[in-house]
Design a protein around this ligand. Structure first.
Ligand SMILES: *Cc1c(COP(=O)(O)O)cnc(C)c1O
Length: 371
């Protein structure tokens, strides 16, 4: 059996003809950076996200960083981040010169717990970054209410949540601004690196457009110490092609997730994803928890089934964040999640047969079901 964790080859081969057309278009235009293709994709993606504005940038980390810079957040400021996230969320805060202040997740959804945010707010707090982890939106209404009460900005890290819905509204339209990643393995993935900011704030959008391009609106006139962080024409053209498939891909992901949740129900020591009634996830990942996660991963691997751990070490225990002086036990909910999670194979081109095989193998190991 060979069931890869994510079959990027088959995912991208479906668009081979559209990619060829895109390449031809870009070559014929003779224009490679910040041109018609990027503008077209920005317009399509802002429509998709119901956000008003979209700015194509170099990657997801840069999207978050430029949002914070555009909001004027920097040295001496604090930004609330989830303790349970990919390290990029935290790094964006450090890039801006500010300090990440972690807040523990809800134990069921693994997303930032709105009830724990207020105790982390200080006079230096400027913003909250929420992460729609694994493709499921954070509980935005209470978070927006807290932000309003304390005069804070809310940034969505939507790198895993293209197309996710919160109470029927799209990820990318829920806070003051959102950062998306088009890293190849994301639900909307480029053929290389890419990212975008979405926002309805036209002034913020204008600052970010300036910051992504050396701080200039007019060539060689630099208004701020900006960056070189642009979505290039070729990736934008590829992304326009793939955006056509995003909704049907997300539906197929949801179908697979539903089958997993049905087939894996009731297995001892296996915690399945919790989906609140207001949530319609993009199902970037299907993440289970098991106290013997290593054994489960090894067994599935021995059976030809690829899995990935998202993520093995929480940011506060990474050597990169030694400066914070945090230790094991400081964020126990994030830590136990990091110890137990395992992401099962999930992708839009995965067959029903492969989904059933994964379910069967998990049952064999954890339920003692006969082979
Ligand atoms: C992928 C990811 C990022 C970073 O995106 P890049 O394009 O790799 O820079 C940020 N946050 C989360 C939650 C991610 O999954």
């Amino acid at each position: 059996m060979n069931i890869p964790f994510l079959d990027l080859k088959s995912i991208n081969l479906r668009s081979a003809d559209a990619f060829s057309d895109a390449l031809t278009r870009v070559l014929d235009s003779g224009w490679l950076i910040l041109g018609k293709e990027t503008e077209a994709f920005e317009s399509e993606f802002s429509t998709y996200c119901e956000s008003g504005q979209c700015i194509g940038v170099g990657n997801g980390l840069e999207a978050l960083h430029l949002i914070l810079r555009g909001m004027g957040i920097g040295v001496g400021d604090e930004v609330i981040v989830p303790s349970n996230t990919y390290i990029a969320t935290w790094l964006a805060v450090n890039y801006a010169g500010a300090i990440p202040v972690p807040v523990e997740p809800d134990e069921q959804t693994y997303n930032i717990d709105p009830d724990r945010i207020e105790e982390a707010i200080t006079p230096r707090t400027k913003a909250i970054i929420v992460v729609h982890l694994y493709g499921q939106c954070a509980d935005m209404d209470p978070i927006m209410a807290i932000a309003e009460k304390h005069g804070l900005k809310v940034v969505e890290d939507a790198a895993q949540a293209h197309g996710a819905l919160y109470k029927g509204r799209k990820a990318g339209s829920l806070g003051d601004a959102a950062g998306f990643s088009f890293y190849p393995g994301k639900n909307l993935g480029a053929l290389g690196d890419g990212g975008a900011v979405t926002t309805s704030d036209t002034k913020l959008a204008q600052s970010i457009r300036m910051l992504r391009n050396y701080g200039s609106e007019k060539k060689y006139h630099n208004l701020a110490k900006g960056y070189n962080s642009r979505l290039d024409e070729l990736q934008a053209a590829f992304l326009s092609a793939k955006l056509q498939l995003l909704d049907s891909d997300n539906s197929r992901r949801a179908e697979i997730a539903e089958r997993y949740s049905e087939g894996l129900k009731g297995i001892p020591d296996l915690v399945l994803p919790h989906v609140p009634e207001w949530s319609s996830p993009a199902w970037h990942l299907y993440v289970v928890r098991n106290s013997q996660r290593g054994a489960l991963q090894d067994y599935l691997s021995s059976q030809g089934i690829g899995t990935v751990i998202h993520y093995p070490i929480p940011p506060h225990l990474q050597p990169a964040y030694a400066e914070l002086g945090k230790k094991e036990g400081d964020f126990p909910i994030a830590e136990i999640i990091h110890r137990e999670v395992l992401s099962l194979p999930l992708g839009p081109t995965m067959s029903d047969e492969d989904v059933e095989s994964v379910i069967h193998k998990v049952e064999v190991l954890l339920n003692g079901k006969s082979i």
